[in-house]
Design a protein around this ligand. Sequence first.
Ligand SMILES: O=C(O)CCC(=O)C(=O)O
Length: 282
Amino acid sequence: MHITRLSDALGAEVTGVDVSDIDDAEFAEIHAAFLDYQLLVFRDQTLDPEPHIEFSERFGPIETRPDRPFTLPGYPEVSVLSNRIVDGEPVGVISAGDFWHTDLSFGEIPCRATFLHALEVAEEGGDTEWSNIYTAYDTLSDDMKERIADLRCIHVFDRRRNRRAQVDKQFADKADEVYGVPVQDAVHPMVRHHPETGRKSLYISPRFVVGIEGMDDDEAQPLLDELFAHQIRPEFRYRHRWRQGDLLMWDNPCLIHIGRGNIKPPGIRHMHRTMVLGDRPH
Ligand SMILES: O=C(O)CCC(=O)C(=O)O
């Protein structure tokens, strides 16, 4: 197995391994690299749904929400992200992740790791970008660190309640069905401790955070705007150009990410995704 850093900000490429056939020593090496680099890019993976699920489950239980749209038939653990249209109907979520976010932060127990496998990639477009929110926290001024130390943020699933996120075009005529699902808001610390490394991250994102507990919006919204801008400074980021067979896994407590979309027709980008749950943020 070869592990090579991808950027100064985050990420490493892993070659010479088939994730559907790893022993305990290889798993330990992957796990250690995951903690060191936050995002791992496994090249050339041929992965059916079962081994994709099995590899994911080595890191925790997979989230399965009964009302999640576009899961793979027979595999509620696997979501389909795709711009393919068959008989006029999309076969997957067309633009998942179109605002900076960390996965499932609207849940009481958010996502620890996401696993996204590229079965087909488009010639142009469809990149994904990550930003390191460990570094975002570390580079705040001491005054700001002190100001936010005990703040807790309100994370909301329903895009209609977030002025920074628009309703997804694909679901515009089904907004009640897709966003009106009974998901309770979650309140999480703005400064989160990573469950394994213990490092602090700036655990907010414009897609899900709409306010700060106990703080008037007159004060909270400008503070959030300032921190959202800081989180995505170019030097904290890595942008991935996908290759067919790539399996990417990323560590949600310390990264935010965004799908850049803009797939040039007639390109098809077709992906399978699993999400593993982690700890209650503290
Ligand atoms: O498809 C992408 O590029 C990003 C997907 C994403 O943001 C997600 O699955 O959470």
